[in-house]
Write a protein that binds this ligand. Structure first.
Ligand code: NAD
Ligand code: TDX
Length: 334
């Protein structure tokens, strides 16, 4: 099977490529990635000789067209993915997430290629901390940030292409991923690498915001489950019952790294900061038989911390510039 993986040099995409090569020896993998600040060949270290890596933009039809024509399946991970960046400059989010998805859909339609769309739980907006409900496939869309609005728009394009043109597509909307090769701008890698360089972790606002954590390998196994067994036109929510407040995550990172669990700073809150995300993944579990392999967040987090400890060469080059960017908008609160 020929698999075209967009964004395959980023966090989730590169882990997807590795897992695909591990579990599907017959797969021929092509990665299309623009190699933005978030993509690196280093994330494919050790598997580059088994992958065709094409540097190019998903919004460029001339690049996309022949690659899609040659594929049996397209798995679309490429995106601008960071909420804080979308608040500073939304423009690349609209181009990559909306125009990029449109460009792929048109190529997949022309060549009748199976398409899977990677999306996020953020399209559903947020929940109150005490709301007994969680997100399901029937929750109405209500995105809050430029990032989540651009992802919501891309989901709607996919659904329209299924209904209007009969595109053979599925969608998955996943909760917050953690694991190796996640950029140091994101919450967990930022705190782990802060501790490694002797800086204090940085918590936004009151820190009571809740995210629903899932290991990246569990997410990627879910993607293959949907590719193998999902029904065309359907959306599947992916989550591993991993709700935890940001404050508790930071305390756990500090504890696992042998530091005082209170040794962190409160910093300026994110504008429009979503309060809580929570996924009810019953459809994926019951209909398709998926379940996560990582039994506890603590176990997966400890392994992730080890990865950052032993891969300083991977994260170090981006650390200083990332923190310099944060310093422009975030102050430590008294
Ligand atoms: P990432 O930022 O680590 O990687 C994105 C990759 O896309 C990078 O390699 C980048 O170079 C590439 N890219 C960006 N613009 C491109 C363009 N115009 N053309 C081609 N390539 C381009 O992101 P991630 O965390 O790996 O997220 C991957 C996907 O998963 C995204 O669609 C995101 O919305 C979704 N998602 C992420 C999470 C999460 O917790 N990280 C959760 C749910 C869904
Ligand atoms: O330094 C920080 N301190 C902090 O308290 C950072 C970077 C974040 N936070 C908070 C903000 C969020 O409540 O931690 C939480 C997680 O932040 P991010 O890692 O930026 O993730 P989030 O905004 O929840 O979005 C992530 O999950 C859904 C991914 O980045 C998205 O791509 C995905 O769609």
């Amino acid at each position: 099977m020929k698999v075209l993986v967009t964004g395959g040099a980023g966090f989730i995409g590169s882990n997807f490529v590795r897992r695909t090569l591990e579990t599907r020896p017959g797969a021929e993998v092509t990665v299309l990635d623009a190699m933005t600040y978030a993509g690196s060949a280093g994330s494919l270290d050790g598997v580059l000789d088994r992958v065709r890596l094409v540097e190019g933009d998903v919004a460029d039809a001339a690049v996309v067209e022949p690659l899609v024509a040659d594929a049996d399946v397209v798995v679309h991970f490429a995106a601008e993915s960071h909420n804080d960046n979308s608040l500073a400059d939304p423009s690349p989010f609209v181009r990559t997430n909306l125009v990029g998805t449109f460009t792929l859909l048109e190529a997949a339609r022309r060549h009748d290629v199976r398409y899977h769309h990677i999306s996020t739980d953020e399209v559903y907006g947020d929940l109150e901390l005490d709301d007994p409900k969680r997100f399901t496939e029937d929750t109405p869309y209500a995105p809050s940030s430029p990032y989540s609005a651009s992802k919501a728009g891309s989901d709607h394009l996919v659904r329209a292409w299924v209904r209007s043109f009969g595109l053979r597509a599925t969608l998955s909307n996943c909760s917050n991923n953690y694991g190796p090769r996640q950029h140091v701008e994101k919450f967990i890698p930022r705190q782990v690498t802060n501790v490694l360089v002797g800086e204090r972790p940085k918590l936004y606002g009151d820190g009571l915001n809740v995210r629903d954590w899932i290991h990246v390998d569990d997410h990627n196994d879910a993607v293959w489950t949907v590719l193998d067994h999902g029904r065309i036109g359907e959306t599947y929510l992916v989550g591993a019952d991993g709700e935890m407040s940001n404050r508790d995550v930071i305390a756990l990172v500090l504890e696992l790294m042998g530091e005082d669990p209170d040794a962190y700073d409160h910093v300026t809150d994110r504008a429009g900061h979503d309060r809580r995300y929570a996924i009810e993944a019953g459809k994926l579990r019951q209909e398709l038989g998926w379940c996560p392999r990582y039994e506890t967040f603590r176990e997966g987090l400890a392994a992730t911390i080890d990865w950052y400890r032993t891969h300083e060469d991977w994260w170090r080059p981006a650390k200083e510039a990332t923190e310099a960017k944060y310093a422009l908008t975030q102050q430590v609160l008294a």
